[in-house]
Design a protein. Sequence first.
Lengths: 264, 411
Amino acid sequence: MRALGTRLLAPAILVAVGLPFATLGVWSLAERWFFPDLWPQAWGLRAWRYVFATAGGQVAAALVQSVAVATATSLVSVVVALPAARALGLYDFRGKDTISVLLTLPVIVPPLSVAMGLHLWFIRLGLAETFVGVVAVHLTFCLPYAVFVLWGVFSNYNPDFESQARSLGASQLRVWRQVMLPMVMPGLIVAGLFAFLLSWSQYLSTLIIGGGRLTTLPVLLFALMGSGDRPVAAAVSIVFVLPAFVALLFSARHLGGQSLAGVR
Amino acid sequence: MVHHRRCQCRCFSGLLAAALLLIMVPASPAAEPPWEAVLQQARGQTVNWFMWGGSPAVNAYVNGYVAARVKELYGIDLQQGPVKDIAEVVGKLVIEKQAGKHTGGHVDLMWINGENFRTCKKNGLLFGPFAERLPNQRYVDWGRPSVYNDFGEPVEGLESPWGSAQVVMIYDQARISDPPRSVGALLEWIRRHPGRFAYPAPPDFTGSVFVRHVFYHLSEDIGRWQGSFRRSELVATAERTYQVLRELAPHLWRGGSTYPESPVRMNTLFADGEIDFAFSYHQAEASRQILDGLFPETVRTYVFDEGTIANTHFVAIPFNAADSAGAMVVANFLLSPEAQLKKADPDVWGDFPAIDPGRLPPEWQARFRDLPRGPATLSDAELQSHQLPEPPSEILIHLEKGWEQHVLKER
């Protein structure tokens, strides 16, 4: 019984996760598809021609822009979150509760208020409509998540390993590189992935702070969604989902590792 | 008070028409640089044009044809900024104004009309007046009320017309052989065919124009809404409109318990055969949808015998646009016979001209006449002889708010 259940698990997950994407794929290739037919009445490449030929330049530029912004956001998140989470996970100090509340604020407050509130300041600071500005506004949403993921990792982290390495004569740098980093690496990758995916799907904050100068994929996609042209929306959605999926696959082997106890 | 303000508006539009005539005949604006200088300044500029990006056909026209032509003719790089709603850009301009960013703005051109234009004009967010400086303005018939007034708001040269829109009813002749040809007949048809009609919930624009048609249907004389009317008349007719729509609700799709949230959703319901009519602000939308395979080939359009509501859509330049010269040149190109003809081609977009083809040289007139119209699009003559003006925004907003209070909430 149990064996059967285990054997069915993988196909079940595949169907549950894969079916919506399969529908997207069919829609992107449908030329005509009216209710109540289960299958498109006519097939064609109109949607894909639009994505690659007509809007090809725009889509390619947006793709590059999205990858650049999400990668930068995720790297900065991890680098900033690592020492912060280590302090929060390993030490007790005054004001720790206050800090954890402050950290959740950007997650609790609606993104629209955060972005609109920051917009005025970003204009004055010369950050509006710049790459740095968009990464900065994404950080307000991504950084808390990265800190929380790594905080969990560090609450289960045993610093005695570091003391052992030091007593064996390792330098501080070597301790970080060969003891701490390998131990928290799975958590680090998950935190980076979270930050990447969150930044990848930002629409409103990119639009407000980027002011249209930074056109990322969600900005293009959301503009097209309203058209009701399902084949084109489906094709753009696939282009939007694929890189995120690749990022997920890339880090998949690190998911579920035993040092992730704190992430649950 | 209200009466007084309206009176001023009409004086303004009168003045505007007079001013336009003066400028157009001798064509010698004193302080402004001549058009040649504008062209020179525009060369090499990058114009960022923000617009609703929901239509692949419009996107292809702008990114493909317009961008290539303005590069070729004027050395301008045109960049489209697609947005979900141009109000997002208007909101951004309001904040930029507050932050004191008066120059170097990223947005050079916006596709706009109606309420968004009103907001921009009231907050001083627009560059200009510039419309009368564009040479191709001579092809525009500024005497038409839908051109010199944008939903009751005098344009005053702060935006340049791009295209025109008129409501058409959409049906599938494979399903309905003899569609109801007036608003009254349509209301009767809905009562006899429960669940087969829907209109998007106002303040959606297309939904709100349906309410305005019913409002016109219940008005004895719709001409009075353009001139001076008493508020009590508006309130009384609006009340009757809500009453009719309340009584209609149980006969609508899903018994009126819910409304489609957008015309796109209404089109989908229509294509899926859940309802028997759709309607659109675009005369050629049905043909476009047939070409794209989204509607069956038996779909046709018609206008009511008493006419349907029509308006104009415009482009405007923000107060802080970095490349306003380039933006003016693009706005002027958009009005050229060449660009207007291309835009009117149903294979391209099928949007109706903002210029009056009658003002063009005979060879261009012939080209407009010979345009293929697509299977579902009515002739220019049929459309233009059945046009009703938009009421002023005051009435539009009154009806939208009232609908929410008296039709949606009291269902």
